[in-house]
Design a protein around this ligand. Structure first.
Ligand SMILES: [Zn+2]
Length: 164
């Protein structure tokens, strides 16, 4: 079902509200013929050489003047002890007093230069939902957008390559 877009005037299907990265950026630093041996991964976790730990989460950006949000599906590198906490609570209920975990994004988010390695707080979610990432510094472009929200025009620019 396509509609006439009031941002660009073309017809598309609904505006996608999320973009995901299938792997952390560090996955690609391991050469393809070594990945099977050195990397253990699923859609949600990635472990390199048994000592680098990554989890996939959701980094939401509120859309201004709407109840909607745009979601980046991104990866963060975390410490082993936090990875163990993540595994422990992945399909259970999160204790109310569990502090946020911390990590750093693995990979630069499209349209946000210097977002690679950006520190984030990680909020685990109950019942198999992906953790929510919150940018720690509100002074970076990504942090500002997460704090203040983005326009639908900006969402449009993110998803432009996916539109038809
Ligand atoms: Zn459009």
């Amino acid at each position: 079902m396509s509609y006439k877009c009031n941002i660009c005037g073309k017809f598309h299907d609904n505006l996608p509200m999320d973009i995901s990265y299938k792997n952390p950026a560090d996955y690609f630093k391991v050469s393809p013929n070594e990945r099977a041996k050195r990397i253990q991964n699923t859609e949600d976790v990635c472990v390199i050489d048994n000592n680098e730990f990554y989890i996939r989460g959701v980094l939401p950006l509120p859309v201004i003047d709407s109840n909607d949000e745009f979601r980046w599906g991104v990866w963060a590198r975390i410490e082993e002890q936090d990875f163990m906490i993540y595994l422990k609570y992945w399909d259970g209920n999160i204790p109310e007093n569990l502090p946020a975990l911390s990590g750093r994004l693995s990979g630069e988010i499209k349209d946000y230069p210097e977002s690679d390695m950006l520190p984030v707080e990680i909020y685990l979610q109950s019942k198999n939902q992906r953790p929510i990432f919150k940018v720690l510094s509100a002074k970076t472009p990504l942090g500002i957008d997460q704090e203040k929200g983005i326009t639908l025009e900006k969402v449009h620019s993110f998803v432009e390559p996916l539109l038809k």
